[in-house]
Design a binder for this molecule. Sequence first.
Ligand code: NDP
Length: 264
Amino acid sequence: MSLKYDFTGKVALITGSSSGIGAATAQLFSKSGANVVVTGRNADAVAKVAKQCTDVSPKQLTALEVVGDLTNEEDCNRLIETTVQTFGKIDILVNNAGAGFLSSIDDTDYMEKFSLIMKTNLNSMVYMTHKCVPYLAKTRGNVINISSIAAKKYFYILSAYCTSKAGVDMFTKCMAAELGPKHHIRVNAILPGYVETNFTNSYELPKEIIDQSIVEMGAKYPVGRIGQSQDIANTVAYLASDTAAGFLTGTCLIADGGDIAANV
Ligand code: NDP
């Protein structure tokens, strides 16, 4: 179920919106009246989500499609420039794109995987924020960074991922402190628990194992289920709303169905 927000007249750029949490977030902003930018590397997935956004938009606002790789600075620049050329401004930046690969510190390719994860999850977020600040300053906008409970606790052979997300949390706090007084920009992070998306595809585990883990984790979570993309999209919309969350900045909001509290 999605909540009712009014983002009429706002422009929301959501990275990693071709799938999962980002796609649900783009659809929720679109449904709430915003102009949205849908982006990812997979052109078919970008086009599919963009159409879904346009379909749910009350005024049938056309979602902007930008295909690109965020580990490439030229693609990031093109994403921002196309957004501003099309919609004239940026009000909300959701740094959501992310990846995680299983890798042990003594694997021969550990450093390649570490580097790719840091580039995807942290460097791209830093670069996008750096480049969007002039636009967000004009709109007194806000930034929402998608972190993970992996920033707070150990996960088996996910050290690179955990490290990248801990960086996301610290970056969020620093940006909130710096950009609030200077430009009236709020910056917050969300730390989701286990959410059912395509994210675990990269683990290359058999589908039965993934399905089994969904059931087992859901049973352990205090809320009795694992998360859905809509749960996190609702949290993004809450933080993006100046009416609902105008006093929140520098917050690393845990949205994990009770994972950390119950020590799952
Ligand atoms: P998905 O795999 O469904 O979505 C990931 C998105 O990121 C896709 O749209 C993908 O687009 C995009 N992406 C990945 N790498 C790049 C890149 N180099 N350039 C551009 N886009 C890229 O996973 P989720 O929706 O689950 O993940 C979204 C965020 O939520 C991530 O930051 C993840 O770390 C975080 N998260 C997820 C949890 C979960 O349990 N699912 C738990 C905690 C946090 P494309 O493939 O088209 O390039």
